[in-house]
Ligand binder design. Structure first.
Ligand code: NAD
Ligand code: GLY
Length: 359
């Protein structure tokens, strides 16, 4: 097992990464302040891992909420189902919420934990590659609004992150690739050495080589933990984690939540961000080709859906948390391995990118 730390003063916490961690009750139980625990999960993950999760909480007064699967259910209604379960069991301020699932469950359960009785202890047990390398770390919690992704949320840090890499054995290939988009993102925004490693090892990751996956998860979490420690609430460098996300969120909202997976939308968005960076003269054709090639090799889409024209993109991109006073700002690439902070861009260049379908 590897243990990393997110250094946030009194809110610091460990990230445990390794095989079979769900079989070690001591790990999670050390972070539970009280006797009551509600596990929040969904109908896909529950049959696979809920029994194992509850076994590791033996001795506690436990309950569980099994939500419908998918991004379309990352809503206030689902959060209400969590509040209903907590209240039905008379769970109090010491009760902990455990998120067992991917980023949808993690974001939603974290949001519910931030709100219930003004905040109860929260633990992340991520079961997708995407959630193990990104969403479970850093305390961003949210639900979607029909008009915009993650528009209702809070910064709320977990007490620990327990990433049992054995859970990835049951993850569908398409979801593995979606997770790779966020792994590759770290290479593009700040870690050129990792980018070179990914270019040499992407096939091993697709084949689920345990050693390669363990390295990619650990290196991703190191990158994420460093950024979060520097800028917990995204007043600066944390925004670089949003490379491709303004385009990507427009795809997710515009196509309807769940049609394009989050990681797939981010992959397309990173190609669009690279194209716009080239138009600004910051990177060249070769770098754009490298971005597209690696994402294609990770079996990710690199071209936006035909259904979304430039006007549709611009309408959805107008709803973004990085915008200031109604002005659009984007994270782009200064070079391959270095992202910019959010910048305002020339409207004509942006339209040119949106009209060329990412190429
Ligand atoms: P997800 O949570 O929808 O999980 C993907 C699919 O895999 C789902 O069908 C899920 O039920 C299933 N699944 C989960 N674990 C499984 C397992 N071990 N075996 C088989 N199936 C399994 O999607 P995701 O890609 O994990 O997360 C995407 C979400 O994360 C988005 O809502 C995105 O906005 C959010 N996100 C948040 C942050 C953050 O910092 N908070 C960062 C990145 C993404
Ligand atoms: N995934 C974006 C962030 O955590 O800031």
């Amino acid at each position: 097992m590897k243990t990393l730390h997110v250094e946030l003063g009194e809110r610091s916490y460990p990230i445990y990464i390794g095989r079979g961690l769900l079989g070690h009750p001591d790990l999670i139980q050390a972070h539970l302040p009280g006797g009551q625990v509600l596990v929040v999960t969904n109908e896909v993950v529950a049959p696979l891992y809920l029994d194992r999760m509850l076994a590791s909480l033996a001795g506690k007064d436990t309950g569980s909420v099994v939500l419908p699967d998918g991004e379309a259910h990352k809503t206030l209604d689902s959060a209400m189902a969590v509040f209903d379960a907590l209240l039905a069991r008379r769970f109090g301020r010491n009760a902990a919420i455990v998120a067992l699932g991917g980023g949808v469950i993690g974001d939603l359960a974290g949001f519910a934990a931030a709100c219930y009785q003004r905040g109860v202890p929260f633990i992340q047990v991520p079961t997708t590659l995407l959630s193990q390398v990104d969403s479970s770390v850093g305390g961003k919690t949210a639900v979607n609004h029909p008009r915009g992704k993650n528009m209702i949320g809070a910064f709320y840090q977990p007490r620990c992150v327990l990433a049992d890499t054995d859970t990835l054995d049951t993850l569908p290939d398409r979801e593995l690739s979606a997770g790779l988009a966020e792994v590759i993102k770290y290479g593009f925004i700040r870690d050129p050495e990792f980018l070179a490693w990914l270019e040499a090892n992407v096939e091993r990751l697709l084949q689920r080589d345990p050693e390669a996956l363990a390295y990619a998860i650990e290196r991703s979490c190191i990158n994420k933990a460093e950024i979060v420690a520097e800028d917990e609430t995204e007043t600066g460098v944390r925004a670089t984690l949003n490379l491709g996300h303004t385009f990507g969120h427009a795809i997710e909202t515009g196509m309807g939540y769940g049609v394009c997976l989050h990681g797939e939308a981010v992959a397309i968005g990173m190609c669009q961000a690279a194209d716009l960076s080239r138009r600004l003269g910051w990177i060249g054709d070769d770098e754009v080709a490298r971005v597209i090639r690696l994402l294609e090799r990770a079996r990710l889409p690199v071209v936006p859906p035909r259904e979304l024209d430039a006007d549709a993109f611009l309408e959805h991109m107008a709803v973004d948390k990085k915008n200031v006073d109604g002005g659009l700002r984007l994270v782009l690439l200064k070079s391959l391995g270095e992202a910019t902070l959010p910048v305002a861009v020339d409207a004509g260049l942006l339209r040119a990118t949106l009209e060329c379908y990412g190429r």
